[in-house]
Design a protein around this ligand. Structure first.
Ligand SMILES: Nc1nc2c(c(=O)[nH]1)N[C@@H](CNc1ccc(C(=O)N[C@@H](CCC(=O)N[C@@H](CCC(=O)N[C@@H](CCC(=O)O)C(=O)O)C(=O)O)C(=O)O)cc1)CN2
Ligand code: MET
Ligand SMILES: [Zn+2]
Length: 767
């Protein structure tokens, strides 16, 4: 059959990446999309900017010598949302919006009428995807326009385009069932004909290779993933008119799922050889006639590749497959664009790093060395090993005091007095009313605040002027909270560019970037700081701001810190020591800060751990060890204070299931937790996990601009009250307010305080 012949002879490629970022080297897409939402940029202009960003990205790959270029990795918001659109699987509440792009953004962000899709973490990264909702009324249908358009665009430029699409197993495994529907994964059979159809359309468009992303195959997210994948890819492989298929696994080791894939007629597999192991590849029969895309360059961390080691890894797997292509371990979505945008980096550090552009070149160097011999790339190999040696011997990597302190940590250092006893002492000190009202920390990060920071950076204003402006912000936020009638106040975090970066910038052992932006969700970006050495805290980081806020009010002001696990999760981490050791070092630095806050008279300190769930390993076997070190790090950070100092923590991003026991083990006096979207269900789970301390279930969802009504909050609170009782219940939104506007914050909090007051009246006044 002619098509089959064409596939077999489809020249395998040798040099590629699994995907790229799209936000733009200077966040051009963020600005364009946000201007479009604000009505300041029309659709044609938005599309022009998007097209230019795609072309620049593709050109960069081609120039680096890649012979296969991933396309359809562009997205106006999120690639999983794009897949929901591809499969026509948006929930019916969006059907009334006729225009496809308006509908797309409505699904991502919601409108006054409809709530958006839920957002959650993409595996163990800090990227968020929009969770597909699969209900009884979902009928799948193929909308291939976007992927075909990107293929056409790249082909016109003469580029070897390889479309990348989220695979059916991963798509359904990440979906949630709604309206009483069964598990989405049971509907795989319905997706197979659509993907077959898509394959044919791509073949018709001249596509030689297609990449179907199946990262879920490195997890234990569902039973029988290997068998399910085998059956799907047998079916897709049997399609006569199709491009060659590569199935990409990443973020871990596929284990025996690789054997299942190898049994199918697909032409290639991509394997993460940074987080996964070469043994899996070597132990998998059936790869001999396939293309193996070997992910030896770390796609999600920023360290320069050890080329010798990567070349050795490639040599190990060379005999396992028909052809070995060199690649990144995953998409470079998770790292900044290029070191070229960093003017002020420490020169040594620069040599140790590789952002996306530098990784593109590393891939090409390794591929050339693999085919033409090491001698062809001698200079690059020499540079890599001297940079590595410089890093390994840099004295800033080791701080003996920090290591000695950690060695000396005992069980007593991670244990506080009994929780009930703490509660009594804290209540004596704080004298709070029942159902205390509070907020999670941040208030709107207005553009005035950000512009002040930009002005400080550019030298337009000095430090004193900047501090004045921030103090004015704090004064405004304190006054606002008093007028609304909240019981426990916060300073509002105006001085923080980010809840992780702010601390990292003040730690020893960390570097910050100027333009190292990475997409977090939609148009929102973060600049993850780079943890390179042992961590310590030279001086207090938050005490002056909190004590200033406390001078403005007689209500207690909560100190506000980020916990060690979250700081670690949202940083680029060292790859030369276990994560647990880095977590403990950060924990000691945070402990120092809690002790200083206490000394300064602060009675309540919140240590946020929203990323506790995020670092949970993909495989069940690895989970208990992670949870043990994560809990211990939090307890190192929070057990240095007296029993009458109240420790709060905060968690968001729901899906607490597997970490619920760990949340109880944190032993915080008060835990504020996202609950609004799951209708307080988490409270029952906490109870079952033996959690007996106080809890502030988020009573409304801050991720949407919608103002919750007083009755709606009252209903949620009443449910919480009957679940945990008045003695343990706090009242708060489900996360910080930094992304919201002030008017909606005022209205929402006013309703929240009123609902709490109403409910208080119903509580019998016993002791
Ligand atoms: N690290 C981290 N990860 C996280 C979260 C988080 O808070 N931090 N929360 C969750 C995700 N939520 C997020 C919520 C908001 C933003 C967000 O708003 N990001 C800002 C950037 C925040 C920042 O770094 N701000 C800097 C720089 C701001 C900036 O862009 N300044 C302009 C100038 C000012 C202006 O034009 O407004 C510039 O430099 O060009 C500052 O305030 O100093 C954005 O995309 O716009 C990101 C993630 C999970 N992961
Ligand atoms: C992502 S959790 C955010 C917690 C932080 N204290 C804030 O309110 O912004
Ligand atoms: Zn939060």
């Amino acid at each position: 059959m002619s098509d089959t012949v064409r596939r077999d002879s489809a020249a395998p490629f040798t040099t590629t990446v699994l995907g790229t970022a799209r936000i733009g080297p200077r966040r051009e897409l963020k600005r364009a999309v946000e201007s479009h939402w604000a009505g300041r940029l029309d659709r044609a202009e938005l599309e022009t900017i998007a097209r230019r960003l795609r072309r620049e990205q593709w050109a960069q790959l081609a120039e680096a010598g890649h012979d296969s270029v991933p396309v359809n990795t562009f997205s106006y918001y999120d690639q999983v949302l794009d897949t929901s659109v591809l499969l026509d699987a948006l929930p019916p509440r969006f059907a009334e919006i006729d225009d496809p792009l308006d509908r797309y953004f409505a699904a991502a962000r919601g409108t006054a009428e409809v709530t958006p899709l839920e957002m959650t973490k993409w595996f163990d990264t800090n990227y968020h995807y929009l969770v597909p909702e699969i209900g009884p009324s979902t009928t799948f249908r193929l909308n291939p326009e976007k992927v075909l358009a990107e293929v056409a665009e790249a082909s016109e430029l003469g580029l070897p385009a390889r479309p990348v699409v989220v695979g059916p197993v991963t798509f359904l495994a990440l979906s949630k069932a709604v309206d009483g529907a069964g598990a989405p994964l049971e509907r795989l059979d319905e997706l197979v004909p659509l993907y077959r159809d898509l394959l044919t359309r791509l073949a018709d468009a001249g596509v030689a290779w297609v990449q179907l992303d199946e990262p879920v195959l490195v997890t234990d997210a569902a039973a029988d993933l290997g068998l399910r994948a085998e059956s799907v890819y047998n079916a897709l492989g049997s399609e006569e008119r199709r491009p060659a298929i590569v199935v990409a696994t990443y973020f871990g080791d596929p284990g025996d799922r690789l054997t299942h894939l190898a049994r199918t007629p697909i032409e290639g597999v991509a394997v993460d050889l940074v987080e996964g192991s070469v043994e899996t590849v070597a132990g998998t029969p059936g790869l001999a006639d396939k293309l193996l895309i070997a992910g030896v360059v770390d796609g999600r961390n920023v360290w320069r590749t050890d080329l010798d080691r990567a070349a050795a890894t490639l040599a190990t797997v060379l005999g396992s497959a028909r052809v070995v292509a060199v690649s990144t371990s995953c998409s470079t979505l998770h790292v900044p664009y290029s070191l070229d945008a960093e003017d002020d980096l420490d020169p040594n550090l620069r040599g140790w790093l590789a952002f996306a552009a530098e990784k593109f070149r590393e891939v090409a160097v390794l591929s050339s060395a693999l085919r033409e011999g090491r001698a062809a790339q001698a200079a690059a190999f020499a540079e890599s090993s001297s940079a590595l040696a410089s890093r390994a011997t840099d004295p800033r990597l080791h701080n003996d005091d920090v290591r000695a302190r950690l060695d000396a940590v005992t069980d007593a250092d991670v244990t506080r007095g009994p929780a009930e006893q703490r509660l009594v002492k804290q209540q004596e000190r704080l004298g709070l009313p029942p159902l205390p009202t509070t907020t999670v920390g941040s208030y709107p990060q207005t553009s005035a605040i950000r512009l002040a920071r930009a002005a400080l950076r550019s030298g337009e204003i000095d430090r004193a002027e900047y501090e004045n402006r921030m103090k004015n912000e704090i004064a405004d936020v304190v006054a606002l909270q008093e007028s609304i009638g909240l019981d426990v106040l916060v300073h509002g975090e105006p001085e923080r560019n980010d809840m992780v970066q702010y601390f990292a910038e003040q730690f020893e052992g960390y570097f910050a970037t100027a333009n190292g932006w990475v997409q977090s969700y939609g148009s929102r970006c973060v600049r993850p700081p780079i943890l390179f050495g042992d961590v310590s805290r030279p001086k207090p980081m938050t005490v002056d701001w909190i004590t200033y806020a406390q001078t403005l009010t007689s209500k207690p002001v909560k100190g506000m810190l980020t916990g060690p696990v979250t700081i670690l999760a949202w940083s680029f981490v060292r790859n030369d020591q276990p994560l647990s050791m880095s977590a403990d070092q950060i924990a000691l630095a945070i402990r120092d800060e809690t002790v200083d806050l206490e000394k300064a008279g602060v009675g309540i300190i919140q240590v946020d751990e929203p990323a506790l769930r995020e670092l949970l390993p993909a495989r069940d076997a690895d989970k208990p060890a992670y949870l043990a070190w994560a809990v211990r790090a939090f307890r190192i950070a929070t057990s240095g204070v007296r029993d009458d100092t109240q420790i709060h923590t905060h968690l968001c991003y729901s899906e607490f299931g597997e970490v619920i026991g760990a949340i109880a083990d944190l032993d915080a006096d008060v835990t504020s937790i996202e609950a609004a979207r799951s209708h307080m269900e988490v409270l029952g789970d906490l109870d079952e996990a033996g959690f007996r301390n106080a809890v502030g279930p988020g009573v409304y969802d801050i991720h949407s601009p919608r103002v919750p009504g007083q009755d709606e909050i009252f209903t949620a609170l009443s449910a919480a009250l009957s679940s945990v009782g008045a003695a343990r219940l706090w009242v708060n939104p489900d996360c910080g307010l930094k992304t919201r506007g002030t008017p909606e914050v005022v209205d929402s909090l006013t309703n929240m305080v009123a609902a709490a007051a109403r409910l208080r009246e119903s509580i019998p006044l016993t002791g």
